[in-house]
Design a binder for this molecule. Structure first.
Ligand code: AMP
Ligand code: GLY
Length: 424
């Protein structure tokens, strides 16, 4: 089989690594890919939003399966364009990717189908938002409606911050057109869990849970990032939580999308908050999480091709999705200054330490080949993942392995998985 992956981050490297393990695959392409993916796949210099070029390439190379990793092309309708040309693609169509692409849509869906989430209001007019906020309970959460690289969410502690937030999102358009519409949401407290799932339009199969660390610095301080590290499973995702979510959230979401005439095929990522009143949906994503994929996929026992094809063919009910009975931790190695400003182009040393090391992975996020050398090429540079029989052992392994590689301005959090210590 010939498989093409669309994207260029650590998530796509983790997907490529699972695809490479499948006995059914003899050639992998990745557009545009990165230096690490280039060791498993042939990287082609086509951007993820160049739909016509991607489609022409897939036809020219007789690709049997395309896996779209990133949110932008999914929300923009790459799956529809490729399907129209008879190409098999894993990912939601545009009318289903809106689950991630519009927070106003997803909130309305949850309200209509009684899926637990924070109370909210939607505004197209900044003046109406300001009037509403004057009598709202603080803290409060403001969210730009559209995609904003995970950064379009402002948590406001008082009225002044909230009014500044309206200006930032709706008037100054800091997050671009994503901020033409804004969701104002009740502030919730609790522990966050990421639950990824495979969906075939009607059946949903839940993957092992994970937890992300979104802030740049130790102690959950500093600005929000794409994610600085993850662990899986989350010990806080108990059997009770799982049962609740199965009853009120997972299948309910899939059924709601089908009832709306927007059947969802692909990965639904449930961002959950475990509140005192039970689990609630913080947000939906229409793709694997990054860096969640880097701890979840290495623990999956199934051949990823079987699962993905079952999603496309509508036969997911026949799949027995299984995960290893162990744990994994991923520590992101970033460029100092990420996510605000950082330098690129520094050579990376020590990558060969990961060769043939079972249970250790060095997923590339922002890297590229420069005159035969692998150099840094982004804010998040590498995701170092290690497995272990327990979360604590996996964490010790991951931090040890994070020391095997080096580059100028290397920065990582020292407390990925610290919450694990609370549980015994
Ligand atoms: P989102 O992109 O919607 O997941 O929001 C990004 C982050 O903002 C989440 O991971 C939470 O940490 C925080 N957040 C979002 N919505 C809320 C909320 N209603 N209450 C408290 N925190 C929130
Ligand atoms: N790690 C969060 C995300 O992928 O959106």
């Amino acid at each position: 089989m010939r498989v093409m992956i669309v994207g260029s981050g650590g998530r796509e490297h983790a997907i490529a690594s699972s695809v490479a393990k499948s006995g059914k695959v003899d050639k992998i392409y990745c557009a545009p890919g990165n230096a690490g993916i280039g060791r498993l796949a042939e990287c082609v210099p086509i951007g993820a939003m160049e739909f016509d070029k991607l489609t022409a390439f897939a036809k020219e190379k007789s690709i049997d399966l395309v896996i779209v990793g990133m949110d932008d092309p999914l929300v923009g309708g790459l799956v529809d364009v490729m399907e129209a040309e008879g190409i098999k693609v894993f990912g939601p169509r545009k009318n289903a990717a809106i689950l991630e692409g519009s927070k106003a849509f997803s909130k309305e869906l949850m309200k209509k189908y009684n899926i637990p989430t924070a109370a909210y209001e939607t505004f197209d007019d900044p003046n109406a938002a300001v009037e509403y906020l004057k009598s709202a309970k603080m803290p409060i959460v403001l969210k730009a409606d559209g995609l904003a690289l995970g950064k379009g969410v402002l948590i406001c502690n008082d009225l002044k911050e909230a009014l500044d937030g309206v200006k930032t999102i709706m008037e100054d358009k800091k997050f671009g057109d994503a901020g033409s519409r804004m969701v104002v949401e009740e502030f919730m407290t609790g522990r966050e869990v990421s639950v990824l799932s495979f969906v075939d339009g009607k059946t949903i199969k839940i993957m092992s849970s994970a937890q992300d660390h979104k802030r740049a610095n130790d102690g959950d301080k500093g600005p929000n990032t794409g994610g600085m590290g993850t662990f899986s499973p989350s010990p806080f995702y108990t059997r009770e939580v799982d049962e609740f979510c199965k009853k009120y959230i997972y299948q309910a979401t899939v059924d709601a999308m089908a009832a709306e005439g927007r059947p969802f095929k692909g990965v639904i990522f449930f961002g959950l908050m475990l509140t005192q009143d039970g689990p609630k949906v913080l947000e939906y994503n229409a793709r694997f999480g990054d860096p969640e994929a880097q701890v979840v996929l290495p623990r999956m026992k199934n051949d990823i091709i079987d699962v993905v094809m079952a999603c496309i063919d509508g036969t997911l009910d026949k799949v027995d999705l299984q995960f290893e009975d162990n744990a994994a931790v991923c520590v992101v190695l970033a460029s100092k200054g990420y996510p605000v400003s950082y330098e690129k182009g520094f050579p990376i040393k020590g990558l060969e330490a990961f060769d043939n090391k079972d249970g250790y992975y060095c997923f590339h996020a922002g890297t590229k080949l420069d005159n035969g050398k692998i150099v840094t090429n982004g804010g998040r540079v590498l995701g170092v993942t290690a497995k272990g029989p327990t979360l604590k052992e996996a964490r010790a392994n991951a931090y040890e392995a994070a020391g095997w590689v080096d580059f100028e301005n290397k920065y990582m959090r020292g407390d990925i998985g610290k919450a694990i210590d609370e549980i015994d």
